[in-house]
Every structure is written in C-alpha cells, then in structure tokens.
Design a protein around this ligand. Structure first.
Ligand code: NAD
Ligand code: UGA
Length: 458
C-alpha cells in the first residue's frame, strides 16, 4: 500500500500516544511514528503493558502497532523521514527563575525545536500539540528560521482537548478540532494539509480554523472556563453546608438552564490533573505580563477556591473526629485525580494524604489503577502509609473512610460488612458525593458529604 502521509509525533505521553494511535487507526494509509527521549516509556508502548491506562486504548494500539503505528527513541531519524511533525512534549510550570511557580517551562519544547532544526533536511509542517502560552509559535518560528540551510518550516497550533479517562472517545468524536495558522499562502496550505488528516473521521463543520494566536489562547481559556465551573460549584458547596441546602440539588436546578448546561458542576474535593492548575497559572502570568492585574486576580481566584476546598475537607474531618486525627487509621478510596485513569498528577488525594500524615494519622491508600503512582507520590512519607487494592480490605480496622476519586466500583461495595469491620464510631467522608448517604447512615456510619448537611448519630 502506498503511504499517503508520513507523520511524526515528538512526545509519547498521555496526549502523544493516544492521539497518534487514533490517527493511525482512522487513517490506515498514513504512517505514524511516535518518538520520545524516555526509552522506558517507548519500551512500554511497544509492550503489552502500555505506559498509560485509557479505556479502549489497548485495542487500538494492538491493531495498529507494527502496521502503520511505530514507537521509537530514534528522534533524528524520525525528524529526517517525516514531513508532518506534531510536538506533544510536556510543558510544566516553571520551578525556577523568572515566572517561577506560574509561567510555563518551555525547555522541553525548545529542545524539540532545536532538534527539528538540526535534523530536518526537507520542508516540514511543525504542529504545536502541547499547551503553550500565546505567542509561542512566534518563538518556534524564530528558532526554526535561525539557520538558513534552505529548509522551510510552517508552524501550526493544534491544541488537544481530550480528557484523561475518556481520551479514546474524545479523540474519536471530538466537540471540535482547532487549527491555528499564519494567514499567509504557505500558512494556509499547511493548515489545509492538517485539516485533511482530521477530515478522515471528523465532520468538516467541527474542524475550526483560526489565526494562530487565537488557537493558542483558546486552549488556555477552555481549561480556565472548565476549572472555573468546578470552583464555582465548590464555592457554593461551602455555602450549602452552612445553610442546609444540598449542592447536588442546586447544581441540578442551575444546570437545567440551557444557557448554563449540566456538565462540570459536580462539587468535589477540588480539581486535579496535570493541566488545569498549570494552565490557569500560565493564563494569570500572561495577564500580569500584559499589566492586566484585575484579570489576573479574577482567574487566580479559581485556584484559591480549589485550595480552599481541600483545606475545608481536612477541617471537616478534624471537627467531626473530635479535633484529633493522631494515630487514627484513615482509609482513602481513590488516589487518581479522576476515575478511569491511573494518573495522579496534581491529584487532590496527594495533598489530602500529606495533610493527614502531618496530623499523625495512619493512612491506607486504595485505588484500582493508581497504586503504583501513589507509592511514588508518597515515597518520602515512610511507613505510615500502606497500600491495599481491595477497597473493603483497605477499610478494615479504620476509623474513617474518605472517597477521593469517583471510581464506579466504590458505589457497589458491601457497606454493611465494611461498617462492621471498622473502628466505631465509623466516619464516612464522601469527597465526591457518589455514595448512597442515607443507606450508609442507616447502617451506622456518620456521613459527611460535600455541600450537604452531615448525617450523624451523635
Ligand atoms: P507527558 O508528560 O505525559 O508526556 C510528554 C512526553 O514528552 C514525555 O514522555 C517526555 O519524555 C517527552 N519529552 C520531553 N521532552 C522531549 C524531547 N525533547 N524529545 C522527545 N520527547 C520529549 O505529558 P502529556 O500529559 O502528554 O502532555 C503533553 C502536553 O499536552 C502538555 O503541554 C499538556 O498541557 C498538553 N495536554 C495534556 C492533556 C492531558 O490530558 N494529559 C490534554 C490536553 C493537552
Ligand atoms: C481537562 C479538560 O477536561 C480537557 O478538555 C483538557 O484537554 C485537559 O484538561 C488538558 O488540557 O489536560 P482532564 O484534566 O484530563 O481534562 O480531566 P477532567 O475531566 O477535566 O477533570 C479534571 C478534574 O476536575 C478532575 O480532578 C475531576 O475529578 C474534577 N472535576 C471534574 C470535578 O471536580 N467536578 C466536575 O464536575 C468535573
């Protein structure tokens, strides 16, 4: 079969791996290669134990790998042999120097730009898939044009909107695909060739094109708006707890207004994940850079409420459990930042576990997919933490049970048996409002949901 397009992706992470697997799956006539500097990660992409868990991903990789999807550490060869290059490396928050704690750390991204420049022998279309500050494409273009050896480069912005845990579904039927380009003849030609890739399976009306700066900024703004909804409902959950209102009832009533919509209104212990906090910090930094102090403060408040929500959760536990957690055994159901992923980056469970350890509690962590990452996240805390996969087993002998991730399996446990195996009085803190609180209360638990009146036997 003739190969119609040769595509490379630099960065084989949560975005690069699934995105390229979907392109290979939908476009059998394209040859797709994913490269990474992390040899261990590439080895796992080439094994039966993929480096990330995503429902439906194993099957797609199994069907395409070795056919038109390849994983490799040979970055120079990848750059030399492919004409279309996606860059999907990590862009974490900077931890040093100017903008530390806020700005995006672009060192991985710049390293790739320099490598592309070094190894490219023919014209390339370079696509920003990573989430980047607005105006980054300009820097990319400057680096690529810094050495005139006759090779031309077009830079496009094509941010990714998939969510972890539903990546395959999101990639298969995205709400939209966004492609930003320069509005020059070459820019528009490069844009059309990327549109052609997605048009293999995405309806044409869902493929939006825009100027490159709008595209870069829209990604940060989308994440900021999503996180803002969560902080809005979490802020209201605090008020519900003071007023005997029920946050689930409030979000249902509010979300039925079609102008508002029902999604992303679940009160919780706060949002986690590798992007919301990083991208909002980045937005705040950009606003400060342009002297927009009020705008920066507005978005910063979304992050403040997120921290406040985690603080409130610990305070509720302290107040309920007689103002001491010392030597009490606390079981955490869930460590992943959301259900259906093993990812724990910025998971609220990390800070909650650490706060409990500071209070001298003994912590038992349970999670169906994230125990390996949880162990790494809490490695420095020592013997006070134990890890037990089975949720009922994990709760045995504990004074309290905290639901931190909305895994479906937690809804279907034998709560009577769990209650009987726990220390009394037994406490249940449902940080995700997923359990049947009335039933758990009837069994004997003292139940503390988020944004609803507690149900106690005292
Ligand atoms: P990740 O950390 O899982 O993967 C990034 C990969 O890039 C790593 O495997 C790393 O080894 C590799 N890498 C770094 N520098 C490299 C270099 N010079 N050459 C080759 N490989 C290199 O990150 P991720 O979660 O996939 O996120 C990537 C980008 O996509 C970020 O900008 C993020 O904000 C954005 N994004 C992430 C998600 C998500 O759900 N995780 C969704 C949308 C957008
Ligand atoms: C989010 C966005 O949803 C994606 O569109 C975006 O591409 C991605 O960030 C990114 O740029 O990385 P993700 O972080 O994978 O995706 O997961 P979400 O489903 O957005 O959940 C984020 C956090 O918010 C989780 O901790 C989740 O539990 C929490 N959440 C979500 C709530 O607390 N309440 C809700 O109603 C929804």
């Amino acid at each position: 079969m003739t190969v119609e397009k040769r595509i490379l992706c630099i960065g084989a992470g949560y975005v690069g791996g699934p995105t390229m697997a979907m392109i290979a799956h939908k476009c059998p006539r394209y040859r797709v290669t994913v490269v990474d500097i992390n040899g261990e990660r590439i080895a796992r992409w080439n094994s039966d134990r993929l480096p990330i868990f995503e429902p439906g991903l194993d099957e797609i990789v199994r069907n395409t790998r070795g056919r038109n999807l390849f994983f490799s550490t040979d970055i120079p060869k990848g750059i030399a042999e492919n004409d279309i290059i996606f860059v999907s490396v990590n862009t974490p928050t900077k931890t040093f120097g100017v903008g530390a704690g806020m700005a995006a750390d672009l060192r991985y991204w710049e390293m790739t730009a320099r490598e592309i420049l070094k190894y490219a022998k023919s014209p390339k279309i370079v696509i920003e898939k990573s989430t980047l500050p607005v105006k980054t494409a300009l820097a990319m273009k400057r680096i690529l044009n810094s050495n005139h050896h006759g090779v031309s480069f077009d830079v496009l912005s094509n941010p990714e909107f998939l969510a972890e845990g539903s990546a395959v579904r999101d990639l298969e039927s995205p709400d939209r695909i966004l492609i930003g380009s320069e509005e020059t003849e070459e820019g528009l030609r490069a844009r059309d060739s990327l549109v052609e890739i997605y048009a293999n399976w995405v309806p044409r009306e869902k493929i939006l094109t825009s100027n490159i700066w709008s595209s870069e900024l829209s990604k940060l703004v989308s994440n900021a708006f999503l996180a803002q909804r969560i902080s809005s409902i979490n802020a209201i959950s605090a008020l519900c707890e003071k007023t005997d209102a029920d946050v689930t009832e409030v979000s249902r009533a509010v979300g039925m207004d079609s102008r508002i919509g029902p999604r992303f209104l679940n009160a919780s212990i706060g949002f986690g994940g590798s992007c919301f906090k990083k991208d909002i910090l980045n937005l705040v930094y950009l606003c400060q850079h342009y002297g927009l102090t009020e705008v920066a403060d507005y978005w910063n408040a979304v992050l403040r409420i997120n921290d406040y929500q985690k603080d409130r959760f610990i305070l509720t536990m302290m107040n309920a459990m007689f103002n001491t957690l010392s030597d009490k055994k606390i079981c955490l159901w869930g460590f992943a930042f959301k259900a259906d992923t093993g990812d724990t980056r910025e998971s609220p469970a990390i800070s909650i576990a650490r706060r409990l350890i500071e209070e001298n509690a003994r912590v038992v962590v349970s999670d169906p997919r994230a125990l390996e990452n949880a162990r790494a996240d809490l490695r420095d805390t020592g013997a006070v933490v134990s890890y037990v996969e089975d949720p009922a087993e994990a709760a045995r002998g504990c004074h309290a049970l905290c639901v931190l991730t909305e895994w479906d399996l937690y809804r279907h446990q034998d709560f009577e048996r769990i209650y009987n195996s726990m220390e009394k009085p037994a406490f249940l803190f449902d940080g995700r409002n997923i359990l049947d609180h009335g039933r758990c209360f009837d069994i004997g638990f003292n139940v503390y949901p988020i944004g609803k009146p507690p149900m106690t036997h005292f």
